[in-house]
Design a protein around this ligand. Sequence first.
Ligand SMILES: [Zn+2]
Length: 269
Amino acid sequence: MRLQVLGTAAGGGVPQWNCACPGCSGARAHPGHRRRHASLAVQIDDGAYVINATPDIADQIESCAWLRPGPGPRESPLKGVILTDAELDHTIGLLRLREADALEVRSTPVVRHALRPFADLLRPYLQLTWTDADTIPVSGKRPRYAAGSPEATGWVSALRLGPLVYVPAMGVWPDELDEAFEQAACVIVDGTFWDDEEPRRTGISAKTATQMGHLPIEATMERLSRLPGRRLYTHLNNTNPLVDPAAEQHKALAELGIEVAADGMVIDL
Ligand SMILES: [Zn+2]
């Protein structure tokens, strides 16, 4: 399975356009520290797919040699997009793909339903075909724009993609996910926040990380370290100390045999 990491940041990216926090300022001063929104390119079944359609999607496609168009003048290898949830940072890139002739979108039914406004906007431009993704529910958190929607399973999911399990947002760690993790050659997991108080301490939210739908790294790293396959964190918020490559937290993870995903990383599976 072919896999390239296209981005590793949570909503807003690093740096976020309206943020002067230490993480964002550091990335402005050192362009090598920048992180695009979390996304993957994968070659599965019969085609190339992007996991989550972020605001950076056009640049992310350009950054991956095997996603670039050709040999025909309007021939793209991109077959579709697979979604973990309906959050805007993971879906707004669908609008950026309107130049396509046709695309497949894989998601849960509840995500598909939430994205009806996108489907309506795109209908005059391209043919979107919606299919079900192979998912494990990991949170019932609805996007803010869908706060009035009924509670349901499938709002936030882990994706099973052959030897890979990708779960950039994880509010709970259910037994079913554990079984999938045990069988996976590689797991790429929610590393949005380092500790539970981080969002409150840094002033970005009145909620804890867990209340925001993200188990913090401190709550998952020991358990992750016991898994048999390769383990990486992704979806780093700009408040996460890991956005500074010199942070001591990198050492703590390395000692547990856990990696921090980097933009552009190629993973052979
Ligand atoms: Zn920031």
